[in-house]
Design a protein around this ligand. Sequence first.
Ligand code: HEM
Length: 207
Amino acid sequence: MTVPPVPPPTWGRFCVETSASPSLTTKVDRYRIEAVRNVRGEPLTGLEAGTKFVRLESISELPSGGGDLFGVTQHLVYTRAAERPDLVTTPLPGQDALCVVIPLTKSEAWWQLALDEREAMFRGATRAGHVEVGLAYARIILRKLYHSRPLPGSAWDFVTYFEFAPAHRPQFEALLAGLRDPAKNPEWNYVERESEIWLSRIGTLLT
Ligand code: HEM
């Protein structure tokens, strides 16, 4: 498969929908919250099932809005050239896709590691690691990674976003179970806060 170029840094914010008009450079994806699940650490509060929710995205600025679920996409850090064709994410699964936002924060111990030590957590000779666990799902689950740790006011290190066809929900659950199994992926030993926000899509506005 041809490897697409890495997109320019894209600012993203997930927040409760308000009547405020987005700026002219902002793309708006609209959702309904189906469920919020706190997986570990301090619970995510203030988001209820049934609430209208949006993703605001811009390549020129961090869109304004409430909450602390925001970040910016960036260049590749751990991906290897030979893996790129197999890691190309899937095209949009469609209007009826299930969408999930997973913000997460890693421990201070993680951030004290050097690059080679962190990379060793992603893959290994004796167990799978993040990349290998994820590879099997790259073609059926669209993913987007926003980095949040350096941004003022952020309570999270990352905000991750996924879309998949409803029929692939069991595969998504299996992916999460695999990533969260320290025997397969020791990286998750360093995750100290994690929540899931399950969404159904209402539509997209391009301004
Ligand atoms: C569809 C399956 C998945 C694949 C193929 C995949 C693959 C990858 C790859 C290749 C990277 C490294 C990106 C880089 O070069 O910087 C990465 C990073 C990351 N992924 Fe996944 N991933 C998958 C699913 C997930 C899921 C379900 C989560 C959250 C629950 C997740 C959370 C993250 C995070 C937080 C990072 C950044 C880690 C860090 O920089 O410390 N991924 N993923």
